[in-house]
Write a protein that binds this ligand. Structure first.
Ligand code: SF4
Ligand code: SF4
Length: 199
């Protein structure tokens, strides 16, 4: 008679163990499945902590995060598209505020309507008053001021943008000096203020 090999013995042992311990598989979809603690499911944006900076859209490997700016309405939309997401966790790992998005434990995201498979937030944009270029979101600028703390006082347009109640009224010919400008216009305004001529 042929003796059982080591592999067959191991399978037999597991079969007997399963008789007492119960099955290893779950009964999903008939019973809800509780994912493991570090499971990476649907990325959920956090309205309180997301500042709309768009850093997550830059690092998302399959471009599943859309950052759309509309200068007409002065709004930015950040949208997570779950039909393209690969649940890698890069958006959470590289979030500027570290709490703007979190991969939750929701995994059952199958749908017939791709348009319903997304979530997002909307932000108010700050535009350069000289050239109209987009500087960033208002929430991002306010977050920067809070993050910098007393260091923010080294940049007076930043402080005036963050605290409009300070009510500084600059003279007409130097008004742009006190405005929050894009880097290109800021450079030109500062040089004009210093040397009195266009660059
Ligand atoms: S705050 Fe975080 S989640 Fe929000 S847009 Fe910036 S990087 Fe993305
Ligand atoms: S988990 Fe990965 S693929 Fe999904 S939105 Fe975040 S960065 Fe993109």
């Amino acid at each position: 008679m042929r003796l059982p090999c080591l592999f067959q013995l191991r399978v037999l042992k597991e079969a007997f163990t399963a008789l007492f311990k119960g099955s290893y598989t779950s009964k999903f979809p008939f019973e809800p499945l509780k994912p493991a603690p570090k499971f990476r499911g649907r990325p959920v944006p956090n309205e309180e902590w997301c500042i709309g900076c768009g850093a997550c859209a830059e690092v998302c490997p399959p471009s599943a995060i859309e950052k759309i700016d509309d200068p007409e309405t002065g709004k930015r939309k950040i949208t997570w598209r779950y039909d393209k997401c690969i649940f890698c966790g890069q958006c959470e790992l590289n979030c500027t505020t570290e709490k703007g998005v979190h991969l939750g434990d929701e995994y059952d995201l199958a749908t017939f309507d791709r348009k319903s498979s997304r979530d997002g937030l909307e932000f108010e944009l700050v535009m350069c008053p000289c050239c109209g270029d987009i500087i960033g979101t208002k929430k991002h600028i306010l977050w920067l001021i809070r993050k910098l703390g007393p260091l923010a006082y080294g940049n007076f347009p930043l402080i005036l943008a963050g605290y409009p109640s300070l009510q500084v009224k600059p003279s007409a010919d130097r008004s742009n000096l006190f405005s929050l400008l894009c880097p290109k216009c800021r450079r030109e305004v500062l040089l004009f203020d210093e040397y009195g001529k266009e660059t």
